[in-house]
Design a protein around this ligand. Structure first.
Ligand SMILES: C[S@@+](CC[C@H](N)C(=O)[O-])C[C@H]1O[C@@H](n2cnc3c(N)ncnc32)[C@H](O)[C@@H]1O
Length: 229
């Protein structure tokens, strides 16, 4: 399956309302307007491709809410469900990320339940989803100094950059419905290769990948058959 190209996205200087908080910025993100500040990762234009891929998949997937892991300001998950009538369940350990996602969901008319929690405790055992989107931190720890403007929590992925990505794959393995899909973002195709054991362990096969050279990769994984647990 070939992911769609990203739709046009323009980062704007903030033309904000009088109620805007200091440091607040706004960006258009596909059809959405997303607000954020320096406490969360600035929405990256190319990631519209991840939300748009999710949007395209949803009509072919079972009913139910979409799960977003590591939501940040919420834009990828909000774009995924926008216009679908589906609810977004979004998770982030950062209180700032949760605050921005709640605000962006309300402003864009999306039904969202936003949970402030580490991934490890964010879901009840019986929860199941047709689609999981994830944008974990994926910068190797030794390289985080190259991104001084980004919140450390948003980019530090541990020694090989994949600690949280592996956790996302394991969680998706436990919480996807049969034939459900995971779209997980990492930095490089080499990192995709390093995720192979985790994907195999969770019973996933590759659906496809969207590569934006020098920016990142979205890996699509599908697990056919009966949901585990
Ligand atoms: C790379 S940012 C992605 C944010 C957003 N999706 C974007 O495109 O800007 C990763 C996010 O994961 C969150 N995060 C990091 N470790 C986490 C954990 N163990 N549990 C939940 N959220 C976590 C961070 O707070 C951050 O908002």
């Amino acid at each position: 399956m070939t992911p769609p190209p990203p739709t046009a996205t323009t980062v704007t200087a903030s033309a904000l309302s009088p109620t805007a908080t200091p440091g607040e910025q706004a960006t258009t993100y596909g059809p959405l307007t997303i607000r954020y500040d320096a406490t969360v990762l600035r929405p990256r234009e190319w990631t519209v491709a991840q939300g748009a891929w999710a949007q395209r998949l949803l009509p072919y997937l079972p009913d139910g809410p979409v799960l977003e892991l590591c939501t940040g300001a919420g834009h990828i998950g909000l774009l995924a469900v926008h216009g679908s009538g589906r609810r977004l369940v979004a998770v982030d350990v950062s209180a700032d990320a949760v605050r921005w996602t709640r605000r962006n969901a309300a402003a864009n008319g999306v039904d969202a339940e936003v949970r402030e929690a580490p991934l490890s405790v964010a879901l009840a055992p019986g929860e199941r989803f047709p689609l999981v989107v994830a944008d974990p931190p994926w910068v190797p720890r030794a390289e985080v100094g190259a991104h001084p403007d980004d919140p450390l929590l948003a980019i530090d992925g541990g020694d090989d950059g994949l600690d949280v990505a592996r956790e996302c794959i394991a969680i998706a393995g436990d919480h996807l419905l049969p034939d459900g899909v995971l779209l997980v973002q990492v930095g490089t195709e080499q990192q995709v290769a390093h995720l192979r054991p985790a994907a195999d362990a969770a019973g996933f096969t590759e659906l496809g990948r969207y590569v934006r050279p020098g920016r990142g990769v979205v890996l699509g994984l599908v697990r056919a058959g009966t949901a585990r647990r």
